[in-house]
Design a protein around this ligand. Structure first.
Ligand code: SAJ
Length: 433
């Protein structure tokens, strides 16, 4: 199948890079977003998100004249839905004493509704948003069929998860293997024709529900791996061990690859998607549920380390480095670093946070525009996110900027010998020695 014109619904961290990449590869793309401010920003040639390399691809797409924007879908050969699937903030599910978060699929469902008036015979619709198993066949297909057209006969429908890592999106979009699950084999094949425009990685065809499950399995596997690392950090403290040394040594085993502990797991993927399994099958997903509990409680464990260093937290002046959900991204959604700051504030500490990639920070947190301002009156400097400039921070220089002589490293990136030599007491997460 050939696709001359496509419509990409949702112009966030996935949709915008995808739309720009298609346009840069010769396809006419109409980018759609319900947020008129986003549309206005993009039409001006500005970006509302930061992602390395995105500006270049976006500008190439604009220059080609093939990327335009609209607040509503228009007729096209294919439609890609790339809207967020967060969880509901205001309600929880419950089954057998387990409370769990519920997927909020409203954006997916309204994107499908918006396609109905412009859906034509022979069109392909692809859902990319991470979704609970069976969303494509049980929820999206019936909505699209309100058009009077029948899925698999009149239009084609597939699920193809985005799998790109924030910070590496532009490269991974092209290089990663792509899974395409059709509601029937013809739909999967059409999906292959579409993504083959730019995907250099392997393209694997399957059915829609398998593809949905593959996506959830990948992120759940990572969540569980990080949960075991976090649990090891707690055990290591108890047993007087350095968890970083222990993990590095265990990882020398050819079949062991333990990830890194930290102050928690955040972002809009790894900390969200495993709940989709729990919600869909609370009676079966015990391990997944427990891993989520471990990772969600890790900010409290991080707080205890700060308490170990400072004693009571009430009234203490603490400089926090990093608020993003992970290093070298500007995304503060579901950030464990922000959670640690909230816990510090609840305990009465006076926190000044410095997030170089998003200096305005978050409401309710005092955010300053420079390292100097963050540390100048601090009693303790806490590294929560290992952004590149923090990793290379020179402790001798820092000692000149701050009266603090206590430093806490939640990411094991500061060299204990160098920091001690500069006059700091350095505490590291997961180190009981
Ligand atoms: N984290 C740790 N320890 C680690 C690795 C990560 O504590 O060893 C934390 C990070 O600090 C962060 C969270 O986990 O708070 C998630 O970060 P991440 O880098 O593991 O993942 P995401 O959420 O940025 O992207 C993931 C990726 N999935 C997998 O690697 C299986 C990406 O490929 C997906 O496309 C993305 O989720 C998504 O959109 O679903």
């Amino acid at each position: 199948m050939k696709f001359d014109r496509i419509c990409v619904l949702g112009l966030g961290y996935i949709g915008l890079p995808t739309a720009s990449t298609f346009a840069a590869h010769g396809v006419e793309v109409v980018g759609v977003d319900v947020n008129s401010q986003v549309i206005a920003t993009l039409r001006r040639g500005d970006l509302h998100i930061q992602e390395p390399g995105l500006r270049e691809t976006f500008e190439a797409a604009l220059r080609s004249g093939r990327l335009t924007f609209s607040e509503k879908p228009v007729e096209a050969d294919a439609f890609i839905i790339a809207v967020p699937t967060p969880f509901h903030e205001d309600r929880l599910g419950e089954s057998n004493g387990k409370q769990y978060k519920l997927a909020d699929l409203r954006a997916v469902l309204s994107a499908a509704e918006a396609i109905v008036p412009v859906l034509r015979k022979g069109n392909l619709v692809v859902l990319e948003s991470t979704s609970p198993p069976r969303t494509t066949v049980d929820l999206v297909q019936p909505i699209l069929e309100k058009s009077g057209l029948k899925g698999g006969q009149d239009f084609l429908l597939a699920y193809s998860p985005e799998r790109v890592l924030p910070g590496q999106i532009i490269r991974e979009l092209v290089e990663n293997a792509r899974v395409i699950g059709g509601i029937d084999p013809v739909s999967a094949q059409a999906g292959r024709d579409l993504y083959a425009v730019f995907v250099k990685g392997q393209i694997v065809l399957t059915d829609a529900t398998t593809a949905e499950m593959v996506k959830l399995m990948e992120n759940t596997y990572r969540d569980i791996n990080i949960a075991i690392a976090n649990e090891f950090s707690r055990l290591a403290e108890r047993f007087g061990v350095d968890v970083w040394e222990a993990i590095a040594t265990a990882n020398l085993h050819p079949r062991v690859k333990i990830l890194s502990p930290g102050p928690g797991v955040g972002g809009h993927c790894i900390s969200v998607d495993p709940w989709f399994f729990v919600e869909a099958a609370p009676d079966l997903a015990d391990l997944i549920y427990t891993a989520r509990q471990v990772n969600d409680s890790q900010p409290r464990f991080a707080l205890k380390l700060i308490e170990r260093g400072l004693g009571s937290l009430a009234g203490r002046r603490i400089a926090v480095l990093g608020l993003a959900f992970k290093p070298d991204v500007d995304d503060l959604r579901e950030s464990p670093a922000a959670e640690v700051v909230h816990l510090l504030q609840e305990a009465g500490a006076q926190v000044r946070a410095f997030e170089p990639l998003r200096p305005e920070g978050l409401p309710g947190i005092v955010c300053v525009a420079s390292l100097e301002e963050a540390v100048c009156q601090a009693e303790c400097v806490v590294l929560l996110v290992h952004h590149a400039p923090f990793v290379t921070l020179d402790p001798v220089e820092l000692a000149r900027l701050t009266p603090a002589r206590l430093a806490i490293d939640m990411r094991n990136v500061w060299d204990p010998a160098a920091w001690e030599a500069a006059g700091f007491t350095l505490l590291r997460l997961g180190v009981g020695k």
